[in-house]
Structure formats: C-alpha cells, structure tokens
Design a protein around this ligand. Structure first.
Ligand code: PEP
Length: 249
C-alpha cells in the first residue's frame, strides 16, 4: 500500500507574515490527518519560519528547487545540505516552471536528484507534457524522455527514495484539470518506465503524484484512481481551508 502525499507548491507567493498566518489556520485543520504525508514548499526565504511553525506537527517542509553543488561561487543558488540544515525533508526538482523559465533540462534534473538524495532529502521529480505535445499525441514519448533522462544511472536504492509528480503543463495554473482517467493513463505509463529501468517491485512501490489544477472539488475523483498516489498542488495550497480540504479528501 503506497502512502498518499499531498504537497503544496507555493511558488513565488507569501511573505513571512502570510506564511505564519497560513500555518496558524492550517495546523488545527490537519491535526488528526495521519493518512498521508503533508508537505508545504514555501519560498527559500520563508523556509525557516515554516519549519518553526510546523515543529511538533506532522507537516513537512520542502524546498522548491536546489542546486547540485554543495557550496561554491554560484550566486543566487541554494544547496541540498543548506535545505537539510534549515529543516527541509523534501525538495521539488524540475518543476515545469523551472523548465520553462529557467531552461532546466533532464540532465540538470538528474544532477539535482542525486544532490537531493546525497543531502538526505526526498526529491519530487516533476515531469509532464505541454499542450502541443499532447495534441500531437506525443505525451508518452515526452514522459519517457523526461523520466529516463532524470533518473539515468540512479541505483535501485537511490530510486527507492524519490517521488515522481506527473504534471501536464497545460493543466498547471489554468483551471483545466486532467480527467482522472487521463492522469491514470499517464501514471500507468510512468510506472511501466519504472518497471523497465528498475524492477517490478520498484514500480509497485513508487509514489506518483498528479499535479495540475487540483482543487477541493476534484481531489476525490483523482484519488479514487488506484494509480494516483497524491497531489502536487499550486494555487489551491495557498489557502489553509482549501488545502486542508484537499489533504482530508
Ligand atoms: C504546481 O504548481 O505544481 C501546480 C500544479 O499548480 P496548480 O495547482 O495551480 O495548477
């Protein structure tokens, strides 16, 4: 049985006051929610406040990105050990906005995944097709390339510590959610790639999240699909009541 994960990606939203106010409201709403891992990924500057606000709760904090070197002359970058030291347990890798606006490649993602694992963080590796790629019926090809590019040369042990998020780009922040069947088809295809590259056991253990306009009113339908192991939630994770109702689907 794969334990569900509900993760919130706050992107470039919320200052420190807003971060603390969120947790004040959110904590009591999920105080008895033990059925899943709950993760919030705030901006770098609010990580410490988020870690402090969630101490003695089951809410975990994650970064939205990391650089693959541990330290050095890389102005503006943050390393895995730095995220770990501040109290993060998770980190997003290659979110589609990182790919789109910052040119991140599958090879960058691979190096970031290894760096996250080396730092003791759980990377959530994001993959997903663009609208024109889906329309051209290239979804499987894109998922295959991104999956194999990002996970190349990982050992079985390393792979067992990563999480995949299937996020069709056309569904992110658009209000257009993939139907549960569409998402499940993509998840099945990704799981098949895990089986091919790693093993049948790795495929059945791998947690694959769906992301793209997840809201309180569509999470149940998505989670009813056995292939879907949770959600990576952008917009709807910014409001404590809305994200709590997603967590408590
Ligand atoms: C995301 O940021 O990963 C995301 C899926 O955003 P949204 O839920 O707003 O579509």
């Amino acid at each position: 049985m794969r334990r569900p994960i509900l993760a919130g990606n706050w992107k470039m939203y919320k200052n420190i006051t807003e971060t603390c106010a969120f947790f004040e409201k959110f904590k009591p709403l999920v105080a008895t929610s033990t059925h899943c891992d709950i993760v919030i990924c705030p901006t770098f500057v609010n990580l410490q406040a988020a870690v402090e606000a969630t101490r003695d709760t089951t809410i975990d904090i994650g970064g939205q990105n990391l650089f693959w070197e541990k330290e050095g002359a890389y102005t503006g970058e943050i390393s895995g050990p730095m995220l770990k030291a501040v109290g993060c347990k998770w980190v997003l890798v290659a979110h589609s906005e990182r790919r789109q606006y910052f040119g991140e490649t599958n090879e960058d993602a691979r190096k970031k995944i290894v760096a996250a694992l080396d730092a003791g963080l759980t990377p959530i590796y994001c993959i997903g097709e663009k609208l024109d790629e889906r329309q051209a019926e290239r979804t499987h090809e894109v998922l295959e390339t991104q999956f194999h590019g990002g996970t190349a040369r990982l050992t079985m042990e390393q792979f067992s510590r990563i999480v995949i998020a299937y996020e069709p780009c056309w569904a992110i922040g658009t209000g257009k959610v993939a139907t549960p069947e569409m998402a499940a088809d993509a998840h099945r295809y990704i799981r098949e790639q895990v089986r091919k590259s790693f093993s049948p056991e790795a495929a059945s253990a791998c947690r694959i999240l769906y992301g793209g306009s997840v809201k309180p009113d569509n999470i149940r339908g998505l989670m009813a699909q056995p292939e879907i192991d949770g959600g990576l939630v952008g917009g709807a994770s910014l409001d404590p009541v809305s994200f709590a109702s997603i967590v408590n689907f």
